[in-house]
Design a protein around this ligand. Structure first.
Ligand code: BDR
Ligand code: CA
Length: 310
């Protein structure tokens, strides 16, 4: 089993990613879930993370609260996508499980220092504030990370929050820059991948057929997809964040290139753009595996099969 920390700002798609991880204990051990401000403010992402653990029937999962705003910018949220609660689509009971006392950044640092080097994978599904702050505060932990598998950025699909930038990177580009320059092995699931993982009708009906958890997931995706369907005229919504967990379970579903990826920090026009050297036109050293394609049917089959275990 692979030990992971999920760093997240739920978000319906984050929620499905958490469920996928918690549904796969033989492959993945979720050491902790760290909440960050992003889609909605921190108080809600923390609450939503715990709601999701309870939906999964895993109230013993440790949830930590992290940074409530980006490292150097004002927080930008996305209620227009995810609804006021961040998890609109179905009314679920408030969580009864506790938040841990430790700050998420300190938890990440302590965990990486305590575990053997190269045995913990970080899975960021939101702005990279918690990870960037941890790397800045404790640079020694960088060499202890096995891998970072994150959802963020775009190349051919370019932006979803501005014409140039994807939301997670846009919200905290300084944190993303620290992570991309960290020297840690990084795998990126950009919009180029997630915009191919669409919640079409048959895929959602397959979720519904599972039972209670599938119904909840379908209610979330029904709410979430309306935004992208109206915007792009697509067949469903992009299930961004679960691609990160699916990659841990079945990397063969994805293909990409090991290339150089830099973050734009200066320009107001292109703030947070992931400048990905897909065609290797520079001699800048590769620092990330940037995925470009997904076997979407295989991805949804995996998701449905795992969610049915909850
Ligand atoms: C990313 O932004 C959020 O809205 C989603 O949860 C996902 O992590 C997609 O750009
Ligand atoms: Ca997210």
């Amino acid at each position: 089993t692979r030990k992971i920390i999920i760093d997240t700002d739920p978000g319906q798609d984050d929620a499905v990613a958490i469920l996928l991880a918690l549904a796969s204990p033989e492959d993945i051990e979720v050491l902790g879930i760290t909440a960050v401000a992003g889609n909605v403010p921190l108080a809600l992402t923390s609450k939503n993370a715990r709601i999701v653990c309870e939906v999964a029937g895993k109230p013993d999962t440790r949830v930590y609260e992290g940074c409530d705003r980006p490292m150097a910018r004002e927080l930008v949220t996305a209620e227009y996508v995810h609804g006021k609660t961040g998890l609109d689509g179905i009314q679920l009971p408030d969580p009864t499980m506790p938040v841990q006392d430790t700050h998420a950044v300190d938890y990440i640092i302590e965990t990486l220092r305590a575990e053997p080097a190269g045995t913990v994978t970080l899975c960021p599904l939101g702005p990279l504030t918690n990870i960037g702050t941890a790397f800045q505060k404790a640079p020694d932990i960088k060499e202890k990370v096995q891998e970072i598998v994150l959802m963020g950025g775009a190349y051919f699909e370019v932006g979803n929050v501005t014409p140039a930038a994807e939301f997670n990177i846009y919200v905290d580009p300084e944190a993303a820059d620290i992570v991309l320059k960290s020297g840690v092995p990084i795998t990126i699931m950009p919009l180029d991948v997630s915009h191919k993982a669409l919640t079409t009708r048959p895929r959602i009906e397959a979720f519904r057929a599972i039972g209670r958890v599938g119904e909840i997931v379908a209610s979330w995706t029904d709410f979430f997809e309306r935004f992208d369907m109206e915007k792009y005229g697509s067949q469903g919504g992009p299930l961004h964040d679960p691609t990160v967990i699916a990659y841990l379970l079945k990397p063969e579903l994805f293909s990409g290139r090991h290339i150089n990826v830099e973050i734009e920090l200066q320009s107001d026009l292109t703030r947070g753009m992931t400048v990905a050297d897909w065609w290797r036109v520079t001699d800048r050293a590769p620092n990330a595996t940037f995925m470009g394609d997904i076997d979407a049917d295989g991805f949804f089959a995996l998701l449905t099969e795992r969610l049915a275990r909850l």
